[in-house]
Design a protein around this ligand. Structure first.
Ligand code: B12
Length: 208
């Protein structure tokens, strides 16, 4: 029986494709795992879909931007944890890149936060979690150890995005996004990081 990597995009008022989850989902070996992306912006009852897969899940990953998406991310995290207490919950994205430790301090149901690019980090995390190995060598994460202490590992060096596998748009129902947007438009991000230092922007802090 194949194990499941369960991923969630919180509710928001925008219907762009969940590029972060597609990016981390696309690097997972689909011969070993079924990658299931549930989108709170698309599904009417996302929690019931998540619950259907929870028994086979190895971990539960959520992408989080600072601001309103946090509310739904928390609601879903707590509901998932209530259902399966020992399922590792991984929060990644811009919010946890800016607030690695604080996110864990504020919410006991989050086990791991990921900083910066997620592809390699998530691949490694999935392997460690599956084999029940220590997370102490996984770069670019912050986690709670067995004693309950919050540990921040060294950062991961930024990698040119061309080195990653192609994005597998088959992981989502692309037609549903076209419907929500009212046009057939495919989202694509062509760069990582930025040379400028604009004071309002998160990029200088996350990608230096
Ligand atoms: C596309 C985009 C949008 C779209 C879609 C947003 C969406 N919800 O999907 C639109 C135009 C709607 C939008 C709106 C907003 N955006 Co915007 N947006 C972007 C943009 C340009 C690209 C994001 C993206 O898809 N990147 C491609 C994917 C592959 O990369 P990624 O998301 O960074 O994910 C990687 C890692 O973060 C990590 N990762 C991410 N999630 C997870 C989860 C797990 C489990 C793991 C392991 C790893 C992981 O791994 C991924 C692969 O390396 C970024 C800037 C940028 N250049 O990235 C800003 C950015 C994300 N937006 C930002 C902001 C502030 C907003 C708004 C609040 C603006 C506003 N004032 O209204 C709104 C809020 C949106 C919302 N509430 O959902 C900030 C976020 C800062 C923060 N602290 O969270 C950014 C970083 C811009 C900036 N430089 O300041 N945005």
């Amino acid at each position: 029986m194949k194990k499941v990597i369960l991923l969630y995009n919180p509710k928001a008022v925008f219907f762009d494709m969940p590029l972060a989850l597609l990016a981390i989902g696309s690097v997972i070996d689909q011969n070993k795992y079924d990658v299931i992306i549930v989108d709170g912006r698309i599904e009417k009852k996302p929690l019931s879909i998540l619950k259907k897969h929870i028994d086979k899940a190895v971990c539960f990953g959520i992408t989080v931007l600072t601001g309103s998406p946090i509310r739904d991310a928390l609601t879903i995290t707590r509901a998932v944890k209530k259902e399966k207490k020992d399922l590792p919950v991984v929060w990644g994205g811009w919010h946890t890149s800016l607030f690695p430790e604080q996110t864990l301090m504020d919410e006991k149901d989050i086990d791991i936060t990921v900083q910066g690019q997620g592809e390699e980090t998530f691949k490694e995390l999935v392997k460690k979690i599956t084999n029940k190995e220590s997370l102490s060598t996984v770069k670019g994460i912050c986690y709670r150890n067995e004693k309950g202490d919050i540990i921040k590992n060294p950062p991961r060096t930024i990698v040119p995005m061309d080195q990653y596998s192609d994005i597998d748009y088959g992981l989502i129902d692309v037609e549903k996004y076209f419907e929500k947007k009212g046009k057939r438009q495919l989202d694509y991000i062509s760069s990582t990081g930025c040379y400028f230092r604009c004071s309002f922007c998160a990029d200088p802090f996350v990608y230096n």
